[in-house]
Design a protein around this ligand. Structure first.
Ligand SMILES: [Ca+2]
Length: 466
């Protein structure tokens, strides 16, 4: 029933502790070694173990020093990889102190999708518990599962409190000296709502947000936070996260599909559950946020972590146009783009309009005082985007526009934003680019290591600890 610490099963944080222990042994004075000094040696070792080991080697597994974590996921939404990531984080539920599992926008995902993952966990629970008594009961997990905002919020970036946003506030206000990590796997809508309703919680939060496509679907909530809560501690990982499934050693068993076939399918109910999503291949684009916490020094994003390393964010790119744009208008990739169309002659304030771009229908908002019609979006790749506007006002209906987004130049790294003192972003170093995206290699370089760890965890579902 004991928690075996096997080097191949532990992340950088635990290994840092183990190497620290080795260092302590090495510090044992040579003059004390030898058979005569064994009682003294035993006493010294016992003292060292009692004094240092709990604080270092088992840091991520002991009660008080585990990271407090809320996962805010768009599980059941547009992409099935959150189901995979949810199963994965439950495998590590003894290592983290999970305080909340929130079903957040975008897409049709609901609380029931998280509960479905917990059902699979329940089937493996007795076996998992033989490996660590710190695995929470399925009932405890169900009790912290909450419904977030039912849909992406409108132009203001916040709306009404949800069960999820209220839960973030409740957890953040607990009298616990540790920070509260919020892992954003979908829209930031519930985080934005919590910050709006309870700005006092801001210093307590550590947000690791998988941006990129989530930023595209969550522009209003993001923009609200960026404009009104700039002191927030947040990692905005717009591209780094792809290193979980792009690059690194993908030979043989380390390939995305082969890994699932060999190390996940047939490994308990959780393994089969995970293997059943994303066509039986590994994607898990949100999992770097979890892997990040399995590494040492999460308070310092610049250091190496399985979930990437980051640089201080430059001023957050945001462009406002008072007209329809053309391909000659250029903005940074992942920028917030706002198009505001002044009221035209005969255009009623109450008209409705949508901006259609690829698979997105972005609703326009008419400012009741100025009459300006506003659209907000975020280009998730560097290229030219075309759009068409549909409106119940004939003068606007059918108008088209374009905009070009470009990859952020590396020298932006030398201009950390004074207004965003705790904001972190993808590393812009050219040598870390993979698949045309920044920072990807800060994750993919650890691929074999984090997959070995993952594979060892899957074995926990397959057979009890003898
Ligand atoms: Ca997601």
């Amino acid at each position: 029933m004991s928690d075996r610490i096997v080097l191949s099963e532990v992340g950088p944080a635990l290994r840092a502790g183990l190497s620290f222990r080795v260092h302590l042994y090495a510090s044992w004075p040579q003059t004390q070694a030898g058979s005569e000094s064994r009682p003294y040696l035993r006493a010294w070792l016992a003292w060292m173990l009692l004094t240092f080991v709990p604080a270092f080697s088992f840091a991520a597994e002991t009660g008080t020093s585990r990271h407090r974590v809320i996962v805010s996921s768009d599980i059941g939404g547009t992409d099935q990889d959150d189901n995979q990531s949810m199963a994965h984080v439950l495998l590590y539920a003894d290592t983290l102190e999970l305080e909340g599992l929130i079903a957040s926008p975008y897409g049709p995902g609901r609380k029931k999708d998280i509960l479905g993952t917990i059902d699979a966990y329940e089937k493996d629970f007795a076996t998992l518990r033989t490996h660590s008594v710190r695995y929470p009961t399925p009932a405890a997990l169900r009790a912290i599962t909450k419904q977030g905002a039912p849909d992406a919020v409108g132009d203001a970036g916040h709306d009404v409190p949800s069960e999820g946003s209220q839960w973030i506030i409740e957890c953040a206000r607990r009298p616990d000296p540790r920070p509260l990590w919020v892992l954003g796997w979908g829209g930031l809508d519930d985080v934005a709502q919590a910050l709006h309703d309870a700005p006092d919680i801001l210093p307590k939060l550590r947000v690791y947000w998988i941006g990129g496509p989530n930023k595209k679907w969550s522009t209003n909530a993001y923009d609200y936070i960026e404009q009104h809560h700039r002191a927030l501690w947040i990692i905005e990982a717009n591209s780094t996260y792809t290193g979980w499934f792009v690059g690194g050693n993908q030979q043989g068993e380390w390939g995305n599909a082969e890994f699932i076939r060999r190390h996940v399918a047939g490994h308990g109910a959780l393994g089969d559950y995970l293997a059943n999503y994303s066509g039986g291949s590994m994607k898990m684009g949100d999992t770097p946020s979890v892997a990040y916490l399995l590494s040492a020094d999460p308070e310092d994003p610049a250091k190496p972590h399985w979930g990437g390393s980051f640089i201080r964010a430059w001023d957050r790119p945001r462009a406002v146009f008072d007209r329809l744009t053309t391909a000659a208008d250029r903005v940074e990739v992942y920028a917030i783009v706002q198009i505001e169309i002044p009221p035209g002659e005969g255009k009623p304030v109450s008209h409705r309009a949508h901006l259609a771009m690829e698979n997105q229908m972005i609703p326009g908002t008419v400012d009741p005082t100025t009459g300006r019609l506003r659209f907000r979006f975020s280009p998730k790749a560097a290229r030219t985007w075309n759009y068409t506007i549909y409106s119940d006002w004939a003068g606007l209906n059918g108008q088209t526009g374009s905009i070009t987004s470009f990859l952020t130049p590396p020298d932006a790294a030398s201009r950390p934003s004074a207004q965003h003192p705790n904001w972190w972003a993808d590393d812009l170093s050219p040598e870390l680019v993979q698949g045309g995206q920044h920072g990807v290699k800060t994750v993919s370089r650890w691929r074999e290591e984090f997959l070995r760890d993952f594979a060892a965890r899957m074995l926990r579902c397959k057979s009890p600890n003898p």
